[in-house]
Design a protein around this ligand. Structure first.
Ligand SMILES: [Zn+2]
Length: 122
């Protein structure tokens, strides 16, 4: 007996059916589309964060006020990894470029070369 991949009830009819009803088919695809949207939106924000950090670096700016970073559209809620310096200071990375929070009002950007030297020390 085949079971609906959405609700688990028995399927009757054609042997290639995956869903017991139109409602289950729609529900399954809607959920999948929502999940894909969440992933795409998260990736978009991370890539934007990365571009913002890279933009400051290419302008040779490392210490930037949080207000200025936020005004560029930086989202502090998302990062790809976190590392701690020997003194326990967190460095938040977007891919290979990260930042350390200096104080209440500014961050210091850590470039990729720092990242790889940090990696080798751990
Ligand atoms: Zn079903």
């Amino acid at each position: 007996m085949r079971l609906c991949i959405e609700c688990g009830r028995a399927i009757t009819g054609r042997s290639d059916k995956k869903f017991c009803s139109e409602m289950c088919r729609n529900s399954f695809h809607n959920k999948r589309n929502r999940r894909e949207t969440v992933i795409q939106e998260t990736n978009r924000i991370l890539q934007k964060n990365y571009r913002i950090l890279q933009g400051f670096l290419s302008g040779n700016e490392r210490e930037i006020t949080i207000i200025r970073v936020k005004s560029e559209g930086f989202d502090f809620n998302l990062f790809t990894s976190i590392e701690f310096s020997p003194s326990g200071e967190p460095c938040f990375y977007c891919y290979d470029t990260g930042y350390v929070v200096m104080n209440d009002c500014s961050i210091k950007i850590v470039s990729p070369s720092n990242y790889f030297s940090l990696q080798s020390k751990i």
